[in-house]
Write a protein that binds this ligand. Structure first.
Ligand SMILES: Nc1ncnc2c1ncn2[C@@H]1O[C@H](COP(=O)(O)OP(=O)(O)OP(=O)(O)O)[C@@H](O)[C@H]1O
Ligand SMILES: [Mg+2]
Length: 254
């Protein structure tokens, strides 16, 4: 059975794509077969962390949604790009990018798409690639495909910054996720100032939202320097960010 993990936040720029790419890498490093889908069709980006030029991809998620290819034809094996040391020969990462072409994005905005196709596609992809985990990177805020992603998830990683706008938005998303009966709801606090007491912040947030906090990730210069040009957990496993993310990877496998 494939376990579906969605990463979401009410507001943008919280660190979803970075967390998704790093969790994908850490799961693959442990020998798992991982799929990553960029459902952020309106502002895709996670392919950049895997060193992929979305324009160079033969097919994208958009092509699948418009019936131009099968879902598996749009999947790209990015294991070699993710593993600087060549990988362990067991774990793998297949990425389904979204199109970066303005015309494609405009078409989705104008015409919308059949959201059920996403669900069918996820199931086919999971079966055909024998995935252990399917990670879904989402568009911020609440829309139809986000609701679908949340509804079919075994785990929802809800990312928030220590910011009052994020707090209010997180309450809204949590309420939705509870109504949708997501089996495992985990909060991830990102971009916490390193001077913050992580334990205290974690306790405060988990109490306020009555939801476990899987990790408090520090705001770090390492990621700013990297500028989304790679996966920090692969390039610098000892960095504070990579270390702080480990409990998330343990919890999603529990
Ligand atoms: N802990 C962190 N410390 C410093 N920079 C970070 C941290 N986490 C993420 N970033 C940076 O913040 C920016 C936004 O991150 P990312 O793209 O992962 O967010 P997102 O939630 O996916 O954004 P969007 O809502 O636009 O999809 C990136 O430049 C990323 O490198
Ligand atoms: Mg993103």
């Amino acid at each position: 059975m494939t376990r579906i993990i969605s990463t979401h936040s009410y507001r943008g720029g919280t660190g979803k794509s970075t967390i998704t790419a790093n969790v994908a890498y850490l799961l693959a490093k442990q020998g798992h077969r991982v799929g990553v889908v960029d459902t952020d069709i309106l502002s895709p980006g996670i392919h950049v962390l895997f060193g992929l030029d979305a324009d160079a991809a033969r097919f994208t998620l958009n092509d699948y949604l418009w019936g131009r290819c099968s879902i598996t034809e749009a999947a790209i094996d990015v294991t070699a790009q993710a593993f600087p040391d060549g990988g362990n020969g067991k774990g793998s990462i297949n990425l389904l990018p979204s199109s970066m072409q303005a015309g494609e994005i405009a078409r989705v905005l104008k015409e919308g798409f059949e959201v059920d196709l996403l669900n069918d596609g996820f199931q086919t992809l999971s079966e055909k690639l024998a995935l252990d985990y399917l990670l879904i990177d989402t568009h911020p805020g609440v829309n139809e495909e986000t609701l679908l992603s949340i509804a079919i998830s075994d785990t929802l990683l809800l990312v928030l910054r220590p910011d009052h706008q994020d707090y209010q938005g997180t309450a809204v998303t949590l309420e939705l996720a509870r109504r949708l009966d997501v089996p495992q709801l985990l909060l991830v606090v990102n971009k916490a100032l390193p001077s913050f007491d992580a334990k205290q912040l974690s306790d405060r947030v988990s109490t306020a939202f009555r939801t476990p906090v899987a990790a408090v990730l520090p705001l770090t210069e390492d990621l700013v320097r990297l500028g989304s040009s790679g996966i920090l957990s692969a390039l610098s496993p000892q960095s504070v960010y990579s270390q702080a993310l480990r409990p998330v990877v343990d919890l999603v496998q529990a």
